[in-house]
Design a protein around this ligand. Structure first.
Ligand code: TPP
Ligand code: MG
Length: 334
């Protein structure tokens, strides 16, 4: 009998169904993101800050967590992560349109400040890297209460130069907290290129200074990302402490819908970045291992499109919060 070689995802303990689910989350993230840009350019929503180019890093990382049990303190680009954690496309559009029922803030917060009580997604504030401290706090509480919980947080490489990052990692390292720090390095902090952000080669090189492993992973390779996070999450759950993981990604869009990157980013560079598109790479893998063909791909695209159309239509038809409630949760109520 011929010995069958196992595919990469099977080597990692992932079934064919799980591998397809990972790709579905990545594709859903991209298609929602593209729709948000269309709506913003059409004047229907105020703002987008994109996950495009980072879907592999986000979905691969969040897939290593246990939904409904572990905690996530995300950053604004983390659309892929919040979908894996349990947020629905409908909820994403409710936030984009700032409508009632948006789980992040009932339409009060700027969109992309993800939060969801049911799925342990901690709403953040706009100063970058503050979410690092939130995740460390969650991990400390879990350890003190003896809860079997892992807290993950995300940030960009530029934000890893904020004081909060160093304070958070140091505290987590000293107290061996069940925390995973994810730096999504997309080579820019708005218009500032990587070479003006870091004097060392990798953000992960700083990890030994905080007494934790530092791991660099190709953010376009969703399975490599999953493998790195699986190990870090298991390590945290065993009580062995935190890990810093840096995924090398690309940013395929301007910083946000308020930015024009033509003033600082050569077009050829973006073309080169497209060759590292995680979606293209994962799609090629699925074709290679026979989990996807043209027919199945078209069906998947159509199904996702219907889901997004319905979510957008629903959200746009919802009311805004009544203006009388604007001060709720701001000042103490009598
Ligand atoms: C403390 C603070 N300083 C500046 C800003 C403005 N700001 C928002 S995003 C950003 C760039 C962050 O870059 P990076 O951490 O690499 O994340 P990316 O957006 O590239 O994913 C800056 C400077 C802010 N929100 N908070
Ligand atoms: Mg960046």
């Amino acid at each position: 009998m011929a010995t069958q070689t196992r595919n990469r995802h099977q080597e990692l303990g992932l079934s064919d169904g799980q591998m397809l689910e990972i790709y579905r989350y990545m594709l859903l993230t991209r298609r929602i993101d593209e729709r948000l840009w269309l709506l913003q350019r059409g004047g229907k929503i105020p703002f987008v800050i994109s996950a495009q180019g980072q879907e592999g890093a986000q979905v691969g990382a969040a897939y290593a967590l246990i939904r409904g049990k572990d905690w996530l303190a995300p950053y604004y680009r983390d659309l892929g992560k919040v979908l894996v954690m349990g947020m629905t496309p409908r909820e994403v559009f409710l936030a984009a349109f700032a409508r009632q029922g948006d789980p992040s803030s009932n339409g009060r917060q700027m969109a992309h400040h993800w939060g969801h009580r049911r799925w342990n997604i901690v709403s953040g504030s706009s100063p970058v890297a503050t979410q690092v401290l939130h995740a460390v706090g969650v991990a400390l509480a879990a350890k003190m209460k003896g809860h079997d919980v892992v807290a993950m947080t995300s940030l960009g490489e530029g934000s890893s130069n904020q004081g909060d990052f160093h304070e958070g990692l140091n505290f987590a390292g000293v107290h061996k907290l069940p925390c995973v720090f994810h730096v999504q390095n997309n080579e820019y902090a708005i218009s500032v290129p990587l070479r003006k952000q870091l004097a060392c080669e990798n953000v992960a090189d700083r990890a030994p200074g905080y007494g934790m492993p530092g791991v660099v992973v190709d953010g376009s390779d969703v399975l490599a990302v999953y493998a790195a996070f699986r190990e870090a999450v298991d390590r945290a759950r065993r009580g062995e402490g935190p890990t810093l993981i840096e995924s090398k990604c690309v940013r395929l869009t301007p910083h946000s819908s308020d930015d024009d990157d033509r003033t600082y980013r050569p077009r050829e560079e973006i073309e080169r970045a497209r060759q590292r598109d995680p979606l293209v790479r994962t799609r090629a893998y699925l074709y290679e291992v026979g989990l996807l063909d043209e027919e199945r791909e078209q069906a998947l695209e159509a199904e996702i499109r219907r889901e997004i159309d319905a979510a957008q239509e629903y959200a746009e038809a919802q009311p805004y919060e009544p203006v009388e409630t604007a001060m709720r949760h701001v000042y103490k109520e009598a």
